[in-house]
Ligand binder design. Structure first.
Ligand code: TIU
Length: 228
C-alpha cells in the first residue's frame, strides 16, 4: 500500500503516514517480561497486566501482515537481550537493586534476558514471521548499540507505529530515540502496557503533549480501519 493515509482521531492532532514508508515496531514482547518466572517478575512486577494486550497486538500485526496482497508491511521486533558472556551488560544494570534473579542468572526459563535462552524469546502468539526484522538490544532504547537506524533507512522508513512493553520504559525510550533521529512516531495506545497503569497514562500524556513533542497516539482500531 503506497498512499498517504490520515488518522483523523490521533492525539494531539491528525497523523498522516504512508504504509510503504512506515514500520510497525513491536518492543520486547518476550517471555521474560510477560510470563511468570522471568525478568519482569524477578523485579517484583505483576505480569498479568502485560498479558492483556497480546490479542490486540496480534490483531494489529495480522492487519499489517495482510498489506501488499499478503506480502506485509515492514515489521521490526525488538528483544531486550544480552550476550551470554554479559559483555554488553553494564554492571550498573546487572547489579541494580535487589531482584530475585539478576540478568544472566538461571531461572525457570533459562538464563534471564540472555539471547538464545527460552525466556528471551518473543512469546509464541507474536512470533516473528520470516522476513520480519528481529533485533536484540542491550539497552532500553532500540537505537543504542543496534543496527536499527540503518535497517530502517535501507528500507526507506520515515514513520514508526509503536506497540509493546513496557510503555514508560523500553517503548517510551525507543520512541524518544526515534523522534530525535527524525522519525514521525505514533504510539498504538491499546497495543502497549505497563506494570503500572498510572505510568502508562502519564507516558501517553507526556509523549503527545506540547503539540506532539515526541509523537502521536491512536487506538489500534483507527490504524486497522485506515489500512484495510
Ligand atoms: N522493567 C520494565 O518495566 N521494563 C524493562 O525492564 N524493559 C522493557 O520495558 N522492555
Amino acid at each position: 500500500m503506497n498512499t498517504l493515509l490520515t488518522l483523523a482521531t490521533a492525539q494531539p492532532f491528525p497523523y498522516t503516514f504512508n504504509p510503504a514508508h512506515t514500520a510497525l515496531v513491536v518492543i520486547d514482547m518476550q517471555r521474560d517480561f510477560i510470563e511468570p518466572g522471568g525478568f519482569g517478575a524477578s523485579l517484583g512486577n505483576d505480569v498479568t497486566r502485560l498479558q492483556a494486550i497480546v490479542p490486540t497486538v496480534r490483531r494489529m500485526l495480522d492487519a499489517w501482515r495482510a498489506l501488499n496482497d499478503g506480502k506485509g508491511g515492514v515489521v521490526l521486533h525488538t528483544r531486550e537481550a544480552h550476550r551470554p558472556d554479559l559483555s554488553d551488560c553494564p554492571p550498573a544494570k546487572r547489579l541494580r537493586g535487589q531482584p530475585s534473579l539478576r540478568i544472566g542468572d538461571v531461572g525457570p526459563m533459562g538464563r534471564v534476558l540472555i539471547a538464545g535462552e527460552p525466556g528471551a524469546e518473543i512469546i509464541p502468539e507474536l512470533a516473528p514471521l520470516p522476513g520480519e526484522l528481529v533485533v536484540d538490544k542491550p539497552g532500553k532504547g532500540m537505537f543504542y548499540a543496534t543496527p536499527v537506524d540503518a535497517l530502517l533507512k535501507e528500507r526507506g522508513i520515515t514513520h514508526l507505529l509503536f506497540m509493546g512493553v513496557t510503555t514508560e520504559v523500553c517503548v517510551q525510550t525507543s520512541m524518544r530515540e526515534a523522534n530525535d533521529r527524525g522519525y514521525e512516531c505514533l504510539l498504538i495506545e491499546d497495543g502497549t502496557a505497563s506494570y503500572f497503569p498510572e505510568f502508562k497514562a502519564a507516558a501517553l500524556a507526556m509523549l503527545t503533549a506540547q503539540g506532539a513533542i515526541v509523537g502521536w497516539a491512536a487506538p489500534s482500531s483507527a490504524v486497522i480501519e485506515a489500512i484495510t
